[in-house]
Design a protein around this ligand. Structure first.
Ligand SMILES: Nc1ncnc2c1ncn2[C@@H]1O[C@H](COP(=O)(O)OP(=O)(O)OP(=O)(O)O)[C@@H](O)[C@H]1O
Ligand SMILES: CC(=O)N[C@H]1[C@@H]2OC[C@@H](O2)[C@@H](O)[C@@H]1O[C@H](C)C(=O)O
Length: 375
């Protein structure tokens, strides 16, 4: 039997709201035992620095460049992650010695699959030295070097989770992650995988609401609740070549921009962007091998009632249902962090992280770099 490892996954996603941490015991194959999790919010000042990092990253031509604030930001981001690991171990009373591995996503600063360029800042050797635990990091680069989109990588984990859902919801099932950007993983009854980014998730809503109110997001969709959908604006987003092109591309934060201020009221804008988020998922699902019967939703967007209502209405029109991952006993907040723990173990075992059907890579490929403490 393959050895079971205890791994911590660390995810700082495109919403840049903080770090999700989760513990998983796994063989990197079919055995997955989900452990505790924790979310740590970045201080406001740090989010502002991450945004400056996005701006400074726009000029890079090679993924090793660290112009402007990026070098210092990478160090501080890594130290935030080290503190997050220590907090996690402390809060849950976990002995550091029992942790075999950390899977460290880092923070995507630039993602241009058409140019074969993706940059996640995050210093694996520093995190390993600070936590005294081996770290697997930089897991997207090898996929891109093999012709892949560099994302999404969560499908390998979704495939492992799907085994536990058999018979509990109507097949075929598609996992939907509504983070800053949304992505889909279809798992057919015969194990067929298909995955891709499906459109803007919360990122347009977040930017829109922040520009008007200073709040980081539309809590529970409360602002959207008093607005109505502007059909013309929604159609403008949904006519984007991302949805109509033949290739399923992965997205960068800058691929879709929020409306101009003054173009529409705050509430109508929030409602329209929530509708776009839902409609993008259904529109992208048309590229799956089969129309799904169940959408299993994770990510912060499942807490926005306007997104969920629109999703339910649109899915009902296709005789499909929407289930929050939590209803199925999964954790919609920590799933990405769990995936990074799982993928780190796969990386250690040399197993594929991505497949032609999930990122468009030439052949199944592994990835990630292993850093040892004291190396
Ligand atoms: N209570 C809530 N009500 C509405 N929206 C929420 C709520 N909580 C979180 N969100 C939304 O979820 C976002 C964070 O979601 P999540 O952590 O899944 O994204 P991420 O992992 O950063 O992104 P990605 O999956 O694209 O990498 C927030 O920016 C916000 O838009
Ligand atoms: C380049 C990058 O960081 N992409 C993220 C982003 O956030 C959601 C979506 O876009 C997805 O493609 C990916 O993250 C998830 C965790 C993934 O790789 O599976």
């Amino acid at each position: 039997m393959t050895e079971i490892k205890q791994a911590i996954g660390l995810m700082s996603g495109t919403s840049m709201d903080g770090i999700d941490i989760a513990l998983v015991r796994t063989d990197g194959r079919s055995f997955v035992e989900r452990g505790p999790s924790l979310s740590i919010t970045y201080p406001d000042g740090f989010r502002a620095r991450l945004k400056q990092g996005l701006a400074d990253a726009r000029s890079i031509r090679s993924r090793d460049e660290r112009p402007g604030v990026l070098a210092r930001l990478e160090r501080d981001l890594t130290l935030h992650h080290a503190i997050a690991v220590n907090d996690f171990l402390h809060v849950h009373g976990i002995d550091r010695e029992t942790i075999d591995l950390i899977g460290f996503h880092g923070q995507t600063m630039l993602h241009r699959p058409d140019e074969g360029l993706t940059m996640q800042i995050g210093d694996g050797p520093l995190l390993s030295a600070e936590t005294r635990i081996p770290v697997v990091y930089d897991m997207r680069a090898n996929d891109m070097a093999h012709g892949g989109q560099g994302a999404p990588l969560i499908p390998a984990y979704h495939a492992a989770l799907a085994a536990g859902l058999a018979g509990r919801c109507e097949a075929p099932v598609v996992f939907v992650n509504i983070g800053g950007i949304s992505n889909l993983t279809y798992v057919g009854t015969d194990g067929t995988l298909a995955a891709f980014d499906s459109g803007p998730g919360n990122m347009l809503i977040d930017q829109w609401v922040e520009a008007h109110t200073g709040a980081a997001f539309d809590a529970d969709g409360a602002i959207a609740a008093s607005g109505t959908v502007d059909e013309a604006l929604a159609q403008r987003y949904l006519a984007h070549s991302f949805f109509t092109g033949n290739i399923r591309r992965s997205l960068d934060r800058s691929d879709f921009l929020p409306p101009e201020k003054g173009e529409i009221s705050l509430a109508d804008g929030a409602r329209t962007l929530a509708f776009v988020s839902a409609a993008a998922i259904l529109k992208s699902a048309a590229h799956l091998p089969q129309r799904p019967k169940t959408y299993v939703v994770s990510g912060g967007g499942r807490k926005n009632a306007a997104i969920m209502q629109a999703l339910e209405e649109l899915a009902a029109g296709q005789d499909a249902g929407i289930l929050s991952a939590d209803v199925l006993g999964l954790d919609g907040d920590s799933m990405e962090a769990e995936a990074w723990a799982y993928l780190a173990v796969r990386s250690l075992e040399g197993l594929p992280l991505s497949y032609p059907a999930t990122t468009g890579c030439d052949a199944p490929v592994s990835g990630g770099i292993l850093a040892h403490p004291g190396a």
